[in-house]
Design a protein around this ligand. Structure first.
Ligand code: ZN
Length: 166
């Protein structure tokens, strides 16, 4: 006579997965304290809410960083056109249009791979500032607040993308 009583199968009331042992306090899938105390359950939901808020906050920062890339794409295109209209500089126009296209691509790509896309965008931005400064050192100071803002938005986006958890 063995196992007359079927072991009671327990589903997690949070993630609906089967909990392997009915004696287990925590769900082995999501960590919900199915057989835990009221306090443990409260703590679980509290932490869940914090995590969710953090992710919402992170997604907002990624969105701002993505918008920064779109704005950059617009700015470099306009600068290229200005350079062309004032100096008939076709080279600058070409370079700026190419840069604009890359920023645009990165902005769209950041929907799928935010961390990588924003990181490349930031590196590209810093590189163009550095290269421009080599040719014309005074450009480094020009619009320095904008530069700091752009680097800041992109940096925050990268940090948020690296911290996001589901
Ligand atoms: Zn669960």
């Amino acid at each position: 006579m063995e196992n007359l009583i079927e072991p009671k199968k327990l589903t997690c009331s949070h993630c609906k997965n089967l909990i392997e042992s009915s004696e287990a306090i925590f769900c082995n899938h999501c960590g919900f304290p199915e057989n835990g105390t009221k306090e443990q359950k409260g703590k679980f939901y509290g932490q869940l809410a914090i995590k969710k808020n953090r992710n919402i906050d992170a997604k907002d920062k990624i969105k701002s960083a993505r918008n920064t890339l779109f704005i950059l794409a617009g700015i470099v295109a306009i600068f290229g056109l200005l350079a062309y209209s004032t100096h008939q500089d076709i080279l600058i126009l070409g370079i700026n249009f190419l840069l604009s296209l890359i920023y645009l691509t990165l902005a769209f790509w950041s929907e799928k791979k935010p961390m990588m896309a924003l990181l490349i965008g930031l590196l590209l931005y810093i590189t163009t500032i550095a290269i421009t400064a080599i040719f014309e050192p005074t450009t480094l100071i020009k619009g320095v607040i904008w530069k700091i803002l752009i680097v800041g938005y992109l940096g925050k986006g990268i940090y948020s993308a690296s911290s996001i958890k589901d």
